[in-house]
Ligand binder design. Structure first.
Ligand SMILES: C[S@@+](CC[C@H](N)C(=O)[O-])C[C@H]1O[C@@H](n2cnc3c(N)ncnc32)[C@H](O)[C@@H]1O
Length: 255
């Protein structure tokens, strides 16, 4: 298990209730810009604590969302959050094993994923599975952490990754686009979001260098609070060096 309770509390302190990734509702809105989810059945890969899934139905009009994740405690917490918000009739969660998606072909109108696919090493197999479970004409809408050519050996990236408990499987934007096309997707787009994340991450570093760190330490302990500051600084260095490239991905299953 990579997402301990203390770790998820710390991430939510920085990024908002129910979120294990940065950007909050505005970032979800940006991911969906120009795409209407009304009436859609949506699969969310790597749902985490379910904050994103609540938004997909309450703000963006999805008819039904199924969030999948590989960590049982996260699934339990996500179910509680959705029940508290009175959305259990439209949002469900399912624990899955890494690997093939356990759904029939053409099950979903939209496959969505926010900052989770970076944990999945075999991108070619992942994109093939996403295409398979989408209906013809269906949309793949994701945010993912990519990296620059050569970043695998970058000391700046290694210094950041070593500061946290997570394992990552990065690809470059060109590799991601090629893998989506090879899987059979059309209208493939990979958009660099680094400048936005650079600004928001800098605010996060400044907050944790100030009184917010003590408030966080009161919730999760001094060691975790310091680890979050070290991680935010490491991420800032990787963003500033141009080696970490948070991106939006868009593609369509051909009709
Ligand atoms: C950074 S969190 C993002 C969670 C959520 N999307 C959000 O934005 O708050 C990444 C999530 O991906 C999940 N995950 C990792 N590998 C996965 C896989 N193979 N299939 C589905 N989920 C996975 C993790 O357990 C974690 O909940």
């Amino acid at each position: 298990m990579q997402y301990s309770e203390a770790f998820t509390k710390a991430l939510q302190f920085m990024w908002g209730d129910g979120f294990l990734s940065p950007g909050g509702p505005e970032e979800v809105e940006d991911m969906l810009r120009g795409h209407d989810l009304s009436g859609c059945r949506v699969l969310d890969i790597g749902a985490g604590l379910g904050g994103v899934d609540a938004l997909l139905v309450s703000r963006h009009g999805a008819a039904a969302v199924l969030g999948i994740d590989v960590e049982a405690p996260l699934i339990e917490a996500a179910r509680s959050l959705i029940a508290e918000r009175g959305l259990s009739d439209r949002v469900a969660f399912q624990l899955v094993e890494p690997g093939p998606l356990p759904f029939p072909d053409a099950s979903f109108d939209v496959v969505f994923s926010k900052d989770a696919m970076v944990h999945i090493p075999d991108k070619a197999a992942l994109y093939r599975e996403v295409l398979r479970v989408l209906k013809p004409g269906g949309a793949f809408i994701a945010a993912d952490w990519l990296w620059a050519e050569g970043a695998a050996t970058s000391p700046v990236v290694q210094a950041w990754v070593s500061k946290g408990p997570l394992t990552f499987a990065f690809t470059t934007p060109a590799e991601a686009a090629a893998a989506m096309r090879d899987a059979g997707f059309a209208a493939v787009l990979v958009a660099d979001r680094r400048h936005l994340l650079q600004a928001s991450n800098r605010r996060e570093v400044e907050a944790l260098e100030g009184p917010a760190r003590q408030r966080l330490a009161d919730i999760v302990g001094e060691e975790m609070a310091l680890a979050r500051l070290a991680s935010a600084r490491g991420r800032q260095n990787a963003l500033d060096a141009g080696e970490l490239i948070p991106s939006h991905l868009r593609a369509m299953r051909p009709v």
